[in-house]
Design a protein around this ligand. Structure first.
Ligand SMILES: [Zn+2]
Length: 493
């Protein structure tokens, strides 16, 4: 069985001023052919799963392209066209082939097509036709559209947030494509979308409400005649017509079981909608928590959700640093402030020197003001490390040239690129032991929890200025299908 596999994934925040072009993909990850197995075999990633399952199932896997970029603004049209052409050319060269495995995000927006994942799926369909299976994994934050469902044979979303099942869902996709090629299953799809647009600060799947919805999905999946159920929370700042929560179910042959499952779970999501709100403290509340001694000597993990790079924030807000300096906190560390200009100044000055720098807030006017500080340069590094996990374990990270600076009693990682700090190695790679800190400042929303919750006395979310938080009233939406809850609180369903 010859199966071609590709990953082309981006979570697009259309309110970001950072255009997503080829350089943006190159700065994150572009791997081709044999490079893919070399870099991604054995990792907790989509290709990690495709490769492991292929070995196990005896699939001859032909890896074409593995590309993704840190969430950012609209995907440049020529860039997306070139990447799709690379996949379709590779497919023609790989003939004869039996099917295609993809890893898409499900919330990509491009100038070419606002539903960019559909453009990818339909372009591949044009090459392989309607008879051969096309199976894709999706992120838990996908905005699933009817066109996406029509174009794919089977879509399989992550069941976890933090996404610790990327490889597991990719293995499931590979198992399913084998059954599809052999004609053993015939998926019939039902997509139900209640008019709700939850943000993800309370979407982590180890607790309610999302944990309950995923548990319901697993119950339904286990019923006879069912193939799979995905509950996707959606990604509001893609600002597409289909943004929001989706329940996608597949049954074998007859669609009725899938429709019943999708409707039941969507009804429950709608009932639970209010419990997706909240979960964010004010800075005043955070200040009171910081004033108390930390429980058990473990750090308080304070997370600014307003400038989360993995929701499309530029990562250059310094609101958290300003707040912690104002509070006079001791023994703190922050990951991260993306500011290549400041890094260059630190490199010029060299380790051991103290310089006055104007840090952060250079990308746009939406992420607060910069801050002028006297900082001691403690360390200069290339910004590369490998995740310890559990999320994306084994995956290499490249923050670009990075300076560890110290101001007050706070260590700050100043990086050339923005990534969300989701792994303890983001600190350890630069000589900071996170478990020894009293306060850890992060930019994130939910993924950080996989590694940081176990070492924290308490996790506190705050929302600084920015385009990635829980307050959707900050964003000038233009394309959403309205009315939609919670933007339109009286929405009926
Ligand atoms: Zn996600």
């Amino acid at each position: 069985m010859r199966i071609v596999a590709a990953q082309l994934s981006h979570e697009t925040n259309v309110f970001s001023a950072v255009r997503t072009d080829m350089a943006a993909f190159e700065a994150s990850t572009i791997l081709r052919g044999d490079e893919i197995a070399h870099a991604e075999a054995g990792t907790n990633s989509a290709f990690g799963g495709f490769l492991a399952a292929s070995d196990r199932l005896g699939i001859e896997l032909i890896p074409l392209l593995s590309v993704w970029a840190t969430p950012s603004g609209l995907v440049d049209g020529a860039t997306l066209r070139a990447l799709i052409d690379e996949i379709t050319t590779g497919l023609r060269r790989a003939e004869p082939l039996d099917g295609v495995l993809l890893a898409l995000h499900g919330a990509m927006v491009s100038e070419l097509d606002r539903d960019a994942d559909v453009l990818i799926l339909e372009s591949i369909r044009e090459v392989v036709g309607n008879e051969r299976p096309l199976v894709s994994t999706l992120d838990l934050h996908a905005n699933i559209s009817p066109r996406m469902v029509d174009a794919a044979t089977l879509l399989i979303g992550y069941d976890t947030y933090p996404h610790v099942d990327m490889a597991a869902r990719a293995e499931e996709a590979a198992e399913r494509i084998v059954q599809l090629v052999r004609g053993e299953i015939h998926p019939a799809a039902a997509l139900v979308k209640p008019p709700m647009l939850p943000t993800s600060q309370r979407m982590t799947t180890d607790r309610a409400p999302m944990g309950e919805l995923i548990a319901l999905a697993h119950e339904r999946e286990a019923e006879p005649g069912m193939i799979g159920v995905t509950v996707a929370g959606g990604f509001p700042p893609a600002d597409v017509e289909e943004a929001g929560l989706s329940v996608l179910a597949y049954s074998d042959g007859e669609v009725t079981p899938a429709l019943k499952a999708a409707e039941t779970i969507a009804d429950r999501a709608w009932e639970l909608r209010a419990s997706f709100l909240g979960g964010v403290s004010t800075f005043e509340e955070a200040a009171r928590i910081l004033a108390r001694p930390p429980l058990g000597g473990k750090p308080v993990v304070l997370v600014d959700i307003g400038d989360n790079p993995w929701t499309g924030g530029p990562g250059d807000s310094v609101e958290l640093l300003r707040f912690l300096l104002d509070q006079g906190v001791q023994n703190a560390a922050i990951a991260l402030v993306a500011d290549p200009v400041a890094v260059a100044r630190c490199v010029d000055a060299g380790p051991g020197t103290t310089i006055r720098i104007d840090l952060g807030a250079k990308t746009d006017r939406l992420h607060g003001e910069s801050i002028v500080i006297d900082a001691t340069v403690k360390l200069i590094a290339d910004g590369r490390y490998v995740n310890a996990g559990p999320m994306m374990a084994g995956v290499a990270v490249d923050l670009g040239p990075t300076a560890r600076i110290r101001t007050g009693d706070i260590d700050v990682l100043v990086t050339s690129r923005a990534e969300s700090p989701i792994d303890l190695n983001v600190f350890r790679a630069f000589g900071i032991e996170p478990t020894s800190k009293s306060v850890i400042g992060l930019k994130g929303k939910g993924h950080f929890r996989a590694a940081f919750e176990p070492i924290a006395s308490q996790v506190v979310l705050v929302e600084g200025a920015g385009i990635t938080g829980a307050d959707l009233s900050r964003l000038p939406f233009r394309h959403l299908d309205r009315p939609i809850w919670p933007l339109d609180p009286d929405t009926d369903w």
